[in-house]
Design a protein around this ligand. Structure first.
Ligand SMILES: Cc1cc2nc3c(=O)[nH]c(=O)nc-3n(C[C@H](O)[C@H](O)[C@H](O)COP(=O)(O)OP(=O)(O)OC[C@H]3O[C@@H](n4cnc5c(N)ncnc54)[C@H](O)[C@@H]3O)c2cc1C
Length: 270
């Protein structure tokens, strides 16, 4: 690994100051992606600013009709949180299905969405629940956050402080996972918002998570109709292809997994 300095601030202000030291400084959350990237020399920060000692970035709370999850909240905490289970059980279930025990105990919600891995689970919840990304500078609508493969709307030195999820009427997450890593080959987050409108978001299938507008249209026209969703013929253009699954297979999987997610919506109370 190349040389870098390491600091562990104890407040948000101190963390932001430390990040301004150099344009090559990076925040460190759970380290599950960043440390591997550094070992492989895909990332070479000169300063690592460890956010683990910043209490303002931790914890989960209900705020009016929203659930607010602090940036440094670990996947295992989201999975076990009674507040998350009560407000958005599908989000707790999503977190429980990430990686393995070690990854869930280290990985954080902000690390996951800032990393914007095309196969990560949380991005589908950000879009499916119409979440807002709260940063040290502004609030970014979930629909505007993911901009490309491992790319987001975050500016250098901008820190995610929390993610605000409007509590839906009901939601469900279904993923077809890659068996070794448990990353999504295709994952679909389906939700009916407070006003009764459907939001269906897909991860794993393209360079970054996206809304499946065709599925939302089917639900608007026919209600929660899994068979109608299953019949969708989606184009394989722009779909990911790798050694795990080719583009045509992923296009087919999107319809299958979306249909299962819609079917789950029929069964869940919340
Ligand atoms: C073996 C393995 C299996 C996995 N399986 C899955 C899976 O099934 N599903 C899934 O979704 N994910 C999976 N992951 C990814 C994992 O869940 C982590 O979420 C992810 O690695 C990044 O989170 P982290 O907290 O470790 O962030 P880090 O690795 O510390 O950081 C990742 C990036 O985010 C930036 N960052 C961190 N915090 C902030 C912040 N507050 N503001 C701005 N930028 C920030 C960092 O600078 C870095 O660029 C897996 C990872 C591994 C190693």
């Amino acid at each position: 690994m190349h040389q870098f300095s390491y600091v562990r601030p104890t407040s948000l202000e101190e963390a932001l100051r430390a990040l301004q030291h150099s344009p090559e400084a990076l925040p460190l959350a759970g380290g599950m992606s960043l440390l591997s990237a550094m070992k492989l020399r895909l990332a070479a920060p000169t300063h690592l600013v460890d956010l683990a000692g910043v209490p303002q970035l931790c914890g989960v709370r209900e705020e009016g009709s929203s659930l607010v999850v602090g940036a440094m909240t670990r996947h295992a905490e989201v999975a076990a949180s009674p507040i998350v289970k009560r407000c958005i059980p599908a989000l707790a279930a999503l977190a429980a299905g990430i990686g393995d025990r070690q990854v869930r105990n280290r990985g954080t919600i902000a690390g996951s969405i800032a990393n914007a891995d095309p196969a990560a689970d949380y991005p589908s919840a950000v879009l499916g629940l119409n979440a807002t990304i709260v940063t040290s500078r502004r609030e970014i609508a979930g629909d505007d956050f993911f901009t490309g493969l491992f790319e987001t709307a975050l500016a250098p030195g901008e820190l995610i402080t929390a993610v605000r999820f409007p509590i839906p009427q009901k939601a469900a997450y279904v993923k077809f996972h890659q068996p070794a890593s448990r990353f999504a080959l295709v994952g679909v987050f389906a939700a009916i918002d407070r006003k009764g409108a459907p939001r269906i978001a897909v991860t794993g299938a393209k360079a970054f998570a996206f809304r499946a507008l065709e599925v939302e249209e089917i639900i608007r026209q026919h209600g929660l109709a899994p068979d109608a969703v299953l019949g969708l013929q989606l184009s394989a253009q722009d779909m990911n292809h790798d050694l795990h699954a080719d583009a045509e297979y992923r296009a087919h999987l999107v319809a299958v997994i979306a249909s299962r997610a819609v079917d789950c919506l029929l069964r869940v109370e919340r």
